[in-house]
Write a protein that binds this ligand. Structure first.
Ligand SMILES: [Fe+2]
Ligand SMILES: [Fe+2]
Length: 190
């Protein structure tokens, strides 16, 4: 079901936000984070969530507006939230590039921009799972879901978490795998 896929994509996005947060902590300590990882995370957000996940949600939201305008109104302007998230991502990309080009940017400004993006995305995901998805599940009809499913292009695969994963995301994948193993080892110790 589409909502299950969207939820799964949220879990993947959360992993990436954690990767970014870890690198941000390194940066905050005044050390050099792994910029290859940070750039890969930014690329991933531009390629998948921005290009597929959010547009798909916008379609679901359009259907919700048609079926239950009050429920949609309570949620607010989803497309505007997505645009705002995209703008924050653009600011993150610019801030990171300025650091890499040794331009005069205040470290705390860069940190704030990245932190703001992470918390915005987390709040957005939480809102969607709390308000938007349940409202859509309640209001949409089987024909709506069928139509939405057919709008998902067949070649539309996640470049990091699907079987067609791209090499350039190997560095992020290794990171995620590493802490999953660390977390597992931690659990076994307890
Ligand atoms: Fe969204
Ligand atoms: Fe979402």
């Amino acid at each position: 079901m589409i909502i299950d896929l969207l939820r799964q994509e949220h879990r993947n996005i959360e992993k990436l936000l954690l990767v970014l947060e870890r690198e941000l902590n390194v940066f905050d300590r005044g050390e050099r984070p792994d910029y290859e990882v940070i750039r890969a995370v930014i690329d991933y957000f531009q390629i998948y969530p921005e290009a597929y996940h959010h547009p798909q949600e916008d379609i679901v939201f359009g259907k919700l507006k048609a079926r239950d305008p009050c429920a949609a109104a309570n949620i607010g302007d989803l497309a505007a939230e997505h645009r705002s998230g995209a703008e924050r991502l653009r600011q993150v990309a610019l801030a990171v590039e300025s650091v890499l080009m040794d331009q005069e940017v205040l470290r705390h400004t860069v940190g704030d921009i990245i932190r703001d993006f992470i918390s915005y995305e987390r709040r957005h995901i939480a809102m969607e799972e709390r308000d938007f998805f349940p409202a859509a599940v309640k209001a949409l009809q089987p024909e709506d879901w069928a139509e939405i499913a057919s709008s998902r292009r067949p070649g539309q695969k996640d470049p990091l978490f699907s079987e067609i994963a791209e090499d350039r995301f190997d560095v992020v994948r290794r990171h995620i795998l590493q802490w999953e193993q660390e977390a597992e080892a931690e659990r076994e110790r307890c």
